[in-house]
Design a binder for this molecule. Structure first.
Ligand code: PEP
Length: 251
């Protein structure tokens, strides 16, 4: 089980340090649940200094698919690895929507992350119109199969998938536990098909989309929901801690 806090383009350096420190204080050591935070790039190094030595793991919100070179403004997987990152979010719907990411660029980013020993948190999910048209399963299956094309893993701990229905992100509207479970079961089937029974069964499949202290326990109790990717609620240390506590109860 993994609880991941995506801070998006929020916090400056002092508030990132404070929030990271509050997360460290609220997470037991050892903790039965993996906890990771994803600060803005500019705060990665400072947050690493705060969480280093604690069970809280560090992740980045984006990565370029190359390693070094003339790509002004970009950050690569070896750079993130050297800065202490364990995870990287790949293919978040906001990047697909606002920055032109496609299944193909997601695939390149996953490959580069794996080659540099970062664990990609691969985001998939349908729009409201795709769900209304009954195409949500087809969309998610395409995103996973195209994103993972040619990707190999040694164990389920080397990959994370986050199902984030776009209509539930930042809207306060959450998938019902049944809707989440139905999609997660399909994702599990696809992962077993791609990576084999052992690795495919061990990959954490996170739910993301307005997860909060009030709905976390029910979502996390679904058999194929292996954690949460939390946006808004990860910016409030108490709310994030309450979601981690719900996850601890669910394991
Ligand atoms: C996200 O953007 O990954 C997310 C789940 O955001 P929120 O929790 O704010 O819906």
């Amino acid at each position: 089980m993994l609880i991941a806090g995506n801070w998006k383009m929020n916090t400056d350096l002092p508030t990132a340090r404070q929030l990271a420190s509050a997360v460290v204080s609220s997470v037991g050591d050892p903790n039965p649940v993996r906890v990771a935070i994803f600060p803005p790039m500019v705060s990665i190094d400072a947050v690493f200094s705060v969480i280093h030595g604690s069970p809280v793991l560090l992740g980045a919100q984006n990565v370029h698919d190359g390693e070094y070179g003339a790509y002004t403004g970009e950050v690569s997987a070896p750079m993130l690895r050297s800065a202490g990152c364990h995870y990287v979010i790949v293919g978040h719907s906001e990047r697909r929507q606002h920055f032109g990411e496609t299944d193909e660029t997601v695939n390149f980013k996953i490959a580069s992350s794996r080659a540099n020993r970062l664990v990609p948190v691969v985001c998939v999910g349908e729009t409201l119109s795709e769900r209304d048209a009954g195409r949500e399963k087809q969309i998610v299956e395409r995103q996973i199969r195209a994103g993972m094309k040619g990707v190999a893993i040694g164990s389920g701990l080397e990959m994370v998938v986050a199902y984030e229905p776009i209509w539930a992100i930042g809207t306060g509207r959450t998938a019902t536990p049944e809707q989440a479970q139905e999609m997660h079961a399909l994702i599990r089937k696809i992962l077993i098909d791609l990576f084999g029974k052992t690795s495919g069964s061990d990959i954490d499949i996170l739910y993301g989309g307005s997860m909060k202290p009030g709905n976390a326990a029910e979502l996390l109790s679904q058999p194929d929901v292996g954690g949460g990717l939390i946006g808004g609620a990860s910016l409030k240390a108490e709310d994030f801690a309450a979601i981690v506590a719900a996850a601890v109860k669910a394991v």
